[in-house]
Write a protein that binds this ligand. Structure first.
Ligand code: PLP
Ligand code: COI
Length: 346
């Protein structure tokens, strides 16, 4: 299909984190024991059997990553190889057939190239969000894994995940909800985890919080993560972040840990009890969509305790420095010393 070039009528600096239609998506089907050719589509819908395992038994996994138009005009995707590895783990977790990593990266590059006109300009501060997903497509009524799968990858231009951008927000702990079970699917990027967290998430939004801070589902003793992002805190010279097998291994968090080490901070990945929030200097949610979103306060609703972290309501200096450094690498303002940026040749 022909790549289109005219510039879309979009106010790039003011787009939300939402869906904007682009020109093309790419798809790859697994049938008869093998992955087929990558197909380019201009349709926004899928034709799915009413008994497909993804519709009934939740065989659905996804990913999220961003491509950035750099200061030099080049387009680069942030660490797509890590998303490729993670979705392979998610596939294994739901007994699905994993897409080979090279094919995943190729599909990401194709979506960027085909929709280049939707990759926001450098100056806007917006980016191009890439959403890969895989679903089981075999018709089944008995509970069994599918034999056939469909992998789809689309992209859409996005602005900040939280409407106020890099401004501290409040998060809340509710012990009556979990997003995933102990030894369950929390470590994979499975649609069901988000469905499981929706009642809590929608309640948090109604009550004025940006997110739920979930505790470990086994003992409710330690902080796990937010509904759509990991958690980290700055305590003196330490970057502390939860260790748990119920949280998604965040690529942003992993990258920020590297940046923190290079800034001379010590990184501790360990269980963090909510009470320790009294002793932290800064805290944030981190993820592809959230980047680093500072937390001003954690409200422990069951114990009616307010852990006020950003007393002046401003982002802390360490979180700000880590955020700025990551952004500078992603937009090509600073050398990519870690080899994180994957250039898409146009
Ligand atoms: N945790 C959850 C539940 C998420 O949905 C996300 C978003 O992808 C993250 C953490 C952050 O992961 P990453 O930094 O790889 O985007
Ligand atoms: C991401 O950060 O990429 C996410 O997937 C979070 C959310 C939008 C589900």
């Amino acid at each position: 299909m022909k790549k289109r070039h005219e510039s879309p009528d979009i106010d790039w600096a003011h787009i939300p984190f939402g869906y904007i239609k682009t020109d093309y998506n790419v798809r790859c089907a697994y049938t008869n024991g093998e992955w087929g050719e990558i197909a380019v589509s201009d349709s926004e819908t899928v034709d799915l059997h009413i008994a497909a395992t993804s519709l009934h038994y939740g065989q659905e996994i996804f990913e999220g990553q961003k491509a950035f138009r750099g200061v030099d005009g080049k387009i680069r995707i942030f660490r797509p190889e890590e998303n490729a590895k993670r979705i392979i783990e998610s596939a294994k977790g739901l007994n699905m057939v994993p897409l080979p990593a090279e094919r995943f990266v190729e599909m990401m590059e194709m979506v960027v190239r085909l929709n280049e006109r939707f990759v926001p300009p450098y100056e806007s501060g917006s980016s191009f969000y890439l959403r890969p997903l895989e679903i089981g497509t075999t018709a089944r009524v008995g509970v069994r894994a599918a034999d056939d799968y469909l992998f789809i990858l689309f992209g859409t231009p996005v602005g900040p995940y939280f409407p106020d951008g890099f401004k501290p927000t409040k998060v809340v702990i509710y012990r009556e909800y979990d997003r995933a079970a102990p030894c369950g699917t929390g470590r994979w990027k499975v649609g069901g985890n988000y469905a499981g967290g929706l009642v809590a998430t929608m309640r948090a939004k109604r009550e004025g919080y940006s997110a739920v801070l979930f505790l470990d589902p086994k003992e409710k003793k330690y902080i796990d993560e937010c509904g759509a992002a990991n958690f980290f805190a700055i305590k003196g010279n330490k970057y502390i972040t939860p260790k748990s097998n119920c949280i998604l291994p965040s690529i942003t968090n992993m990258s920020m840990q590297q940046i923190a080490r290079d800034m001379g901070l010590e990184v501790e990945c360990r269980p963090i009890p909510p009470k320790e929030l009294r002793e932290v200097d800064e805290a944030a949610e981190c993820g592809t969509a959230a980047v680093a979103s500072p937390i001003s306060e954690v409200y422990d609703s069951d114990n009616d305790v307010h852990y006020v972290i950003a007393k002046d309501g401003k982002p802390g200096p360490v979180t700000t420095a880590i955020y700025e450094k990551l952004r500078a690498i992603q937009y090509g303002r600073e050398p990519d010393v870690y080899g994180w940026m994957h250039e898409v040749k146009l």
